[in-house]
Design a protein around this ligand. Sequence first.
Ligand code: ZN
Ligand code: ZN
Length: 148
Amino acid sequence: MSSMCDCGRLQPYERCCGRWHGGAQPTAVEDLMRSRYSAFVRQDAEYLLRTWHPKTRPAAIDWVDDTQWLQLQVSHAEQNEQHGEVHFNAYFREQGVWQCLHERSRFVCADGVWYYLDGVADWQRIKPQRNAPCLCGSGRKGKQCCLR
Ligand SMILES: [Zn+2]
Ligand SMILES: [Zn+2]
């Protein structure tokens, strides 16, 4: 993973999602979304719950033990003073099955703090290509990386 943050930005973790995980408040919904993805990668339940709106927040996060998050692609982000929306694809592998989660997440701002509200999501099983760049984002071909 070199010095890239898990969220896919070319920044070290400490200068990217690490700031938000450490307690600073993101003001851009894309930053919040990326930091929540990073929190899933790191299994940081405390952060996920803290940034989840109280109305929709679950009591706990159910971790699936062998989820391997591979890559995040944010395709759209917009926000006004109170509402925000982020569209993204998150690639992951679970029990040997490669999948792509496509979600349109909604965010709300309450008293200056942004929260994840809810999202419309669908999952797709994908078949990784051996000769295409690996979905984990390593820059190598699949057959030289995760598909070895
Ligand atoms: Zn990040
Ligand atoms: Zn790979």
